[in-house]
Design a protein around this ligand. Sequence first.
Ligand SMILES: Cc1cc2nc3c(=O)[nH]c(=O)nc-3n(C[C@H](O)[C@H](O)[C@H](O)COP(=O)(O)OP(=O)(O)OC[C@H]3O[C@@H](n4cnc5c(N)ncnc54)[C@H](O)[C@@H]3O)c2cc1C
Length: 666
Amino acid sequence: MALDSKIPNGPISDKWTNYKDHINLVNPANKRNIDIIVVGTGLAGGSAAATLAELGYNVKAFCYQDSPRRAHSIAAQGGINAAKNYQGDGDSTFRLFYDTVKGGDYRAREANVHRLAEVSTNIIDQCVAQGVPLAREYGGLLDNRSFGGTLVSRTFYAKGQTGQQLLLGAYSAMNRQIGRGKIEMLNRHEMLDLVIVNGKARGIIARDSITGKIERHSAHAVVIASGGYGNVFFLSTNAMGSNVTASWKIHKKGAYFANPCYTQIHPTCIPVSGEHQSKLTLMSESLRNDGRIWVPAKLEDAKAIREGKLKPTQIAEADRDYYLERRYPAFGNLVPRDIASRAAKERCDAGFGVNKTGEAVYLDFAEAILRYGKDQAKVKHLDVNDEVLVKKLGTDVVASKYGNLFQMYEKIVDENPYQTPMMIYPAVHYTMGGVWVDYNLMTTIPGCFAIGEANFSDHGANRLGASALMQGLADGYFVLPYTIGDYLSPDIKVGKISTETQEFIDAENNVRAQIDVLMNAKGNKPVDYFHKKLGKIMWDKVGMARNAEGLTEAQQEIAAIREDFYKNVQVPGTANGLNPELSKALRVADFLELGELFAKDALHRNESCGGHFREEYQTADGEAQRDDQNFAYVAAWEYKGSPSDAVLHKEELVFDNVKLVQRSYK
Ligand SMILES: Cc1cc2nc3c(=O)[nH]c(=O)nc-3n(C[C@H](O)[C@H](O)[C@H](O)COP(=O)(O)OP(=O)(O)OC[C@H]3O[C@@H](n4cnc5c(N)ncnc54)[C@H](O)[C@@H]3O)c2cc1C
């Protein structure tokens, strides 16, 4: 199938407005006759479900947690971008658009990114109207801070709990509609297949994870908002349950999967501490506003620190290497995540790492504490030379900005980050790749839409901080509600979709058969055994730095683990009730297929761009070397029976509004 991205004609700044002016609408009375399934109730799905129900559609929403309130979105810490220019520091719609395209290393679709920048301001208004307690300045105006890859302050935040507060807003909006009966909320339900009738998505098969019941649900359209697939690496900052199953099932039914190899490795996470860890913790990028990243400048100091003979606070200023400030003076500690992550790896690989494993760098607030302390002392007419007082005042300011993050760090690492620098290291965090969608957010299956982190999104090969929440809420509150109406307008006379058709029976049988295979495998290895093995291959050979040899090996090794999994996995218990191991096995089965496609995609892309770093393609000073001549396209993979047989389709990217240049943050 030829890819048609359906980008409207006209100047970039008019496309979305013109599009909205000319699409087909569904009148309010007819909306009442149309059903929409939304799989996922994080920020993307929650905002979409609430808005679609408010518009009058009948919505059925699904999540695997016991409440939408627990979606992974709740973990988002640092903030959400919007081109409000409240700071008067030169921000604009174009600048947000430009920063995002450049930040993504010129691998995103211009028209979508511009639309995202346009609606970013509406999101803040919407959330404030809902009562989301975004941080405010002393005078009561909304406050902003900076995130990586930008030279302005455009990030709105709620301390280190932005995702939680935004989700409460979306959840409240959903609850209103649940109360009105416009949303039927199916918690603890996991979508396990898509049903296609006459070429259109018309429903899903879901498993009630409490009773084990396999259910058929029909609708006129299906929206996938099931989040990202970073857990293919086993260890990541994602919630433990985050998975690829919904996206993968629709892929197997005809939805192309785009750029699976574009994964974001976040530079500021708590380092891995041992073999038995199952989760990694993010230290928000907002900390890079005030924290300075460094390692010892001398190898012997780094060694002494690793051996516990020296403390970081004993290293003199002159003996510290603030390597981001040294290499990127213009952006300093606020370079984009892919660049900061690679720079940390480079220093640690060179022997300057500061924890026992040699895989950690420092994030230091000592200077910020003094700076804020002196500021406060001046404001309060106190003695700026009283070091104890200044430290106390500065600590209070830092605590007011990042207190919950510092507390989290201390609980996990058992060190006080106000007194000694934090130790951080890159970890898997976000997936820019995902289900391919056109301008309407529709997949290659008519009537099946994908939004939020589940789609291949607007972030190209690297997402700038605070842009995921923006994209998820843009999709859910402001984009999908228009585009889905255009699609549904011819469906107003279709009537209820029956679940008694052969297509539903086949899809249900398909799910039952997969569950039977897993329950009947008489192996003796737990699901996690396979997941960990997969994760290790992904990290070692498909992680922060990749090369052709490792990627070729990874594909073979993942296929072998998959085979082993089906022979030797042990899923205890029964399928007719609550069985977390079965849920896990179903998810890991899909990760084991995705992982192979991921490596295949990374191998075919003979260039480095954003988060995709191929060791063979780098500049003399170790930066990503793009090949715009041959790779300025979205790689959309079509499923053909197995990941190794997947067929590549290219969406050529056209850059009319930004100049394709080698990315620089110096
Ligand atoms: C620790 C952390 C901090 C972050 N901080 C920020 C930040 O400060 N700013 C920012 O912009 N971004 C941040 N991000 C990224 C951002 O949080 C996510 O990209 C975003 O929340 C994803 O939202 P979503 O709605 O697409 O998916 P999710 O929030 O992951 O929701 C997925 C939903 O799908 C459901 N689901 C999944 N599979 C199925 C299935 N098969 N059947 C039924 N339901 C299913 C789940 O139950 C859930 O409701 C952070 C990410 C992490 C990990």
